[in-house]
Design a protein around this ligand. Structure first.
Ligand code: UN1
Length: 517
């Protein structure tokens, strides 16, 4: 276990704070993973100022050398993959197989972006004047402040910081209060990779009216040049407002109510396996988890039979076990939010297909439970039938092992239901008909869609992000993300030795317009 009360971390120093919070193992609440402290407003300011100061030298380090440090980071992630994955599982409860995937996604991101350090291409552009050169450079933006969530504590931070650092920005990170130890190790590996002091600064914290808020306040103080946030739509909107009045364009990755459609010609076995994973993988705590399962009315009954059969067989419990479908909720708060949703969102005309619901306990146990349910915070899988477009649960992100069943008469209606929640993150359709697939791809509002695959499953080099309430159109991953972390500089270099006026003095040639055929 690490030093008690760590609140501010740099490459060369650690500071403590007084407002302590515990990181507990959600599958065994007695196991205290670490005791950290919320950084004070002063520490947050110091972190931003440090990043601002270091920016001057970091942006001058040649990009291939910066990327070399990221290559080192990738190697360190690889050599520490198992230990880091185990920390993820212990701290936020995703099954070990998924935790390894979380770390692997960060390794893939390093591998993908390392050669970007040798590109960061600009352009040479012909000028309309003689003896004049035009060209463009990508320049780093400055101090990148970022708040991330606990559900992907390694992959998602890497999506932000790897391209940001290669592009020459310096960073201040407020990691999730649910995964401080994972974040501590993530940061140590970055430092061991060779990042100079002040380039990457971490301020720990937990809950609202705390460190995250101080970091957002730093935007108004002119201490931050770019903001990144993964979390709720409500908080994202507030951050967007602060950034907007400072004429900044943040990267916002927010909630989802992701639809999956199963058409009448679908491979039902495959679709049921996909729905199960989309809905219950990571206990439904992915931004890309399934929200509304929209079934063609003609296969509804047959499909639900296959699905319920599969649900009854899943293993839930100890996330260190290699074959549980899902482990605990991320923390006690995630469980209590889930229980509250069950109380407040379900309406009389709906029917819960799964029994029992709520918290899994020793007395009220899932039959294929692995381990001791009373030691942690576990929830039953919940499927709600007969959900209608006007229902609260149709448009509310629930972030737990819960999804809705809806029916459609045809593809048009399916698309209308899929697009009607206001969110637009991920989506999926199961069908064998090319015409359906074509129409779906054309009309689905979500930023990401799968064909005959689950709503999850982003890869490190495909743009990740959403529309509507799911974000502001920014994307992570892939080559396009470099646009988030650089700004274009246009250079116009006149070697003629005189003032040449473009447009006014350009030697355009006049045509002979009197000529007709
Ligand atoms: C998230 O839930 O914030 O596609 C990220 C997926 C993962 C990433 C999810 N590769 O579900």
């Amino acid at each position: 276990m690490i030093k008690k009360g760590l609140s501010f971390l740099t490459a060369t120093g650690e500071e403590t704070g007084t407002e302590l919070f515990e990181s507990k193992n959600p599958s065994n609440l007695k196991d205290i993973v670490g005791v950290f402290a919320s950084a004070t407003p002063k520490q947050v300011e110091t972190a931003c100022k440090k990043a601002k100061e270091t920016f001057k030298s970091w942006k001058k380090v040649p990009a291939p050398v910066r990327a070399g440090i990221i290559q080192n980071f990738g190697r360190l992630l690889e050599s520490n993959k198992e230990a880091l994955s185990r920390t993820v599982t212990r701290e936020m409860g995703k099954p070990i197989r998924e935790a390894r995937g979380d770390v692997q996604e960060a390794i893939d991101t390093c591998n993908f972006f390392v050669s970007e350090g040798r590109r960061l291409y600009g352009m040479t552009i012909p000028s309309e004047m003689p003896n004049k050169e035009l060209y463009t450079y990508r320049r780093p933006i400055g101090v990148f402040a970022c708040i991330t969530a606990g559900n992907f504590p390694v992959a998602v931070p890497s999506w932000y910081f790897i391209p940001a650092l290669i592009a020459g920005n310096t960073c201040v990170w407020k990691p999730s209060g649910d995964t401080p130890l994972t974040s501590y190790y993530f940061t140590q590996l970055l430092y061991k990779a060779g990042l100079p002091d002040g380039v990457f600064n971490v301020v720990f914290g937990h809950g609202s009216k705390s460190t995250g808020e101080w970091l957002v306040n730093a935007v108004d103080k002119g201490l931050v040049d770019k903001f990144g946030f993964t979390g709720s739509t409500e908080v994202g909107r507030a951050i967007g407002e602060v950034c907007g009045r400072n004429l900044q364009n943040p990267c916002l990755e927010l909630g989802g109510k992701n639809p999956m459609v199963v058409m009448e010609d679908a491979d039902l076995e495959l679709a049921a396996t996909g729905a199960l994973w989309s809905g219950f993988g990571t206990a439904g705590q992915r931004c890309t988890s399934l929200g509304n399962l929209i079934l063609h009315q003609s296969i509804r009954e047959k499909f639900l039979k296959i699905l319920m059969e599969k649900v009854s067989k899943i293993k839930i419990g100890d996330p260190t076990s290699e074959d549980v479908t899902y482990g605990p909720m991320i923390s006690e708060k995630f469980l209590s939010d889930h229980l509250k949703n069950l109380k407040t969102l379900i309406e009389p005309h709906q029917r819960i297909l799964t029994e029992p619901n709520g918290q899994i306990t020793g007395k009220n146990k899932w039959k294929n439970f692995v381990g001791d349910p009373d030691a942690g915070v576990f929830a039953f899988p919940t499927i709600i039938d007969n959900v209608k477009p006007g229902d609260k649960i149709y448009t509310t992100e629930t972030f737990g092992p819960l999804f809705n069943i809806m029916v459609c008469k045809n593809l048009e209606e399916a698309i209308e239901l899929a697009n009607g929640t206001g969110y637009g993150l991920s989506s999926a359709i199961y069908t064998e008909t090319p015409q359906y697939i074509y129409q779906w791809k054309e009309d689905i509002f979500a930023g990401m869609t799968s064909i005959n695959n689950s709503t999850t499953g982003a890869e490190a080099h495909l743009p990740f992000g959403g529309n509507g309430k799911s974000g502001n159109g920014s994307r992570q991953s892939g080559v396009w993300v470099i646009d988030q972390f650089t700004k274009w500089q246009a250079v116009n270099w006149d070697l003629s030795g005189k003032l040449q006026l473009a447009q006014m003095e350009t030697a355009y040639v006049e045509p002979d317009l009197k000529y007709t055929i």
